[in-house]
Design a binder for this molecule. Structure first.
Ligand code: ZN
Length: 340
């Protein structure tokens, strides 16, 4: 009875009207920012169906991979800078040209959704939706530019076997390496986990990222109607210690785990020339782990050094799917690969 009476007080009426107005505004906002059209434009749809180039037997194929995107924030378009740099290096070439540089981007689900505890902290709902729209557009652009997108988990948590206490991993990784998701209400389903994660928890991390990539491309309403675009998984921190759970989870989700030599581009003390030299040293492993330029534009300087150098030696820059197709490598879901 008390509750009913309260509804008719002046204060409650005021509160009620305020709420209704807020919902109306929200509805208008969402209507403006979430186009109802669930079908991607024909040009993009074509790009999504990974057109694989073919190369002569024995051709030198190299896969540049970039982890941890997309990461554009207002005033700092990190991922856009990377895509623009690749476009500049591709000037005058069409995507079907063997000399066109294609990369493979291992994406973090919560970054696409603008829920990253570092990049997206302290923003309101409207800003969050705006960023999500922009990050989804970046995923679409990656594909439209000819690159491949793949799965790097939803929250970029540690999937290995170390002890995890209040965000601190005690086996060599610092607290700053592990995203602290405790303050993000939308990530409630990922909280209260025990490390090492069990198979279901690992599968959940991967599945959520698969779905987020699909939604970025096909929209919220239609994303289940298309085959998964992401065909590969890479663990955060390239951890493999929780091996059985990791292999079983990825096997069920039909994803091979692709690691490879790291360029160590995340070490602040390396110069672009030193990072380029590391990639050069490891070139016959055919794959290189690099990062979205969220912490700076150094990787773009690296690309401007290493790409002409490798091209001069006859290398082609291909997606993982193109390398896999070329080598007929028959990758097995659930298996961990470090080179090709
Ligand atoms: Zn990562």
């Amino acid at each position: 009875m008390k509750k009913i009476l309260f509804l008719f007080t002046g204060k409650a009426l005021y509160l009620g009207l305020t709420c209704i107005s807020a919902f109306a505004l929200l509805f208008v906002f969402l209507g403006c920012n979430s186009p109802a059209n669930p079908d991607p434009p024909p040009l993009l749809r074509e790009a999504y169906t990974a057109k694989l180039r073919t190369f002569a037997p024995g051709a030198k194929l190299f896969v540049l991979t970039f982890d941890d995107g997309p990461s554009n924030v207002p005033g700092a378009p990190h991922t856009e800078n990377l895509l623009n740099a690749l476009n500049n290096l591709n000037a005058g070439l069409t995507e079907d040209d063997p000399n066109y540089i294609k990369a493979t981007m291992f994406l973090i689900g919560m970054r696409i959704d603008a829920l990253d505890p570092i990049l997206d902290t302290g923003i309101n709902f409207i800003e969050k939706e705006k960023r999500k729209t922009e990050r989804r557009a970046l995923v679409q652009r990656m594909l439209a530019d000819g690159h491949e997108v793949a799965n790097h988990s939803y929250t970029h948590t540690y999937l290995g076997g170390g002890t995890f206490v209040d965000g601190i991993v005690e086996d060599g990784l610092s607290i700053y390496d592990i995203p602290d998701i405790s303050g993000i209400p939308e990530l409630a389903k990922f909280k209260n986990r025990q490390w090492p994660l069990n198979k279901a928890e690992i599968a959940n991390e991967i599945q959520e990222c698969q779905d987020t990539i699909q939604k970025a491309i096909y929209g919220d309403d239609n994303y289940k109607n298309f085959p998964y675009v992401s065909k590969f998984f890479r663990t955060p921190f390239t951890s493999i210690e929780n091996t059985t759970n990791l292999e079983n989870a990825t096997a069920e989700l039909n994803l091979p785990i692709i690691h490879g030599p790291s360029s160590d581009d995340y070490f602040s003390w390396h110069t672009p020339q030193e990072i380029a030299d590391i990639i050069w040293r490891d070139r016959y492993e055919k794959i290189s782990i690099n990062h979205d330029p969220v912490t700076g534009t150094k990787i773009i300087d690296v690309l401007n050094i290493i790409i002409p150098r490798l091209k001069d030696e006859g290398w082609y820059f291909v997606t993982l799917s193109e390398l896999d197709n070329h080598l007929d490598s028959k990758l097995i879901p659930g298996q961990i690969y470090v080179n090709f």
